[in-house]
Design a protein around this ligand. Structure first.
Ligand code: GAR
Length: 205
């Protein structure tokens, strides 16, 4: 059984998409070991508790990043987490955090990286006038929204769109992309060549 540690700061819809994927047997061999938040009032944390999952909150506001991350790392280790999934976790991870889980931290970002890292990526893409937007699941490294890309899903930008409508359609694709990317990583049937995430045999992806 592979044990997932979920980190979130807000709504938690990507976390719930992972829960659904497990319940529907799309993430065979995975279970959620712990859900961690840095925001006490995060709706995702309440949803996790309501599902009977183990939840922890480590408030980050006003604390040095290294101290806060040390608490989160200890918690993930205590719960024997194999793969850390950032699901709307709006914090940069310290180098010590990355080093504690090498190639074992995933993030989802609502743009086709490397375009539009950072906050409000969907609005950035809309305002830029992109005709195609989307989402990216990637390994986390020490730079913002930067690590090796596991999977991307494209979303057309419609003439009738506004930024919230586009964000909603991107979110639908996020909910498909994240479980799929987690399944690929948990399968172990990949290698990382430079920045490229490659299936060991083509039928594995
Ligand atoms: C998602 O759109 C996710 O891609 C984004 O935050 C939202 C969280 O929603 N993450 C980032 O922008 C990370 N840079 P959720 O709490 O409903 O999953």
């Amino acid at each position: 059984m592979k044990r997932l540690g979920i980190l979130l700061s807000g709504r938690g819809s990507n976390f719930l998409a992972i829960v659904r994927a497990i319940a529907e047997g799309r993430l065979n061999g995975a279970e959620i070991a712990v859900v961690v938040s840095n925001v006490a009032a995060a709706p995702g944390l309440a949803a996790a508790a309501a599902l009977g999952l183990t939840t922890r909150c480590f408030l980050s506001r006003g604390r040095p990043r290294a101290d806060h991350d040390a608490d989160v790392i200890a918690c993930l280790r205590e719960h024997r987490v194999d793969l850390v999934c950032l699901a709307g976790y709006m914090r940069l991870l310290s180098p010590a955090f990355i080093a504690a889980f090498p190639d074992r931290i995933l993030n989802i970002h609502p743009s086709l990286l490397p375009a539009f890292p950072g906050l409000d990526a969907q609005t950035q893409a809309f305002d830029y006038g992109c005709k195609v937007a989307g989402c990216t699941v990637h390994f986390v490294d020490e730079h913002l929204d930067h690590g090796v890309i596991v999977l991307q899903r494209a979303v057309p930008v419609l003439d009738t769109d506004n930024a919230p409508a586009l964000a909603e359609r991107i979110l639908e694709q996020e909910h498909l992309a994240y479980p799929e990317a987690i399944a690929r990583v948990l399968s172990g049937k990949y290698r990382i060549q430079g920045r490229r995430f490659e299936a060991i045999s083509p039928s594995d992806l």
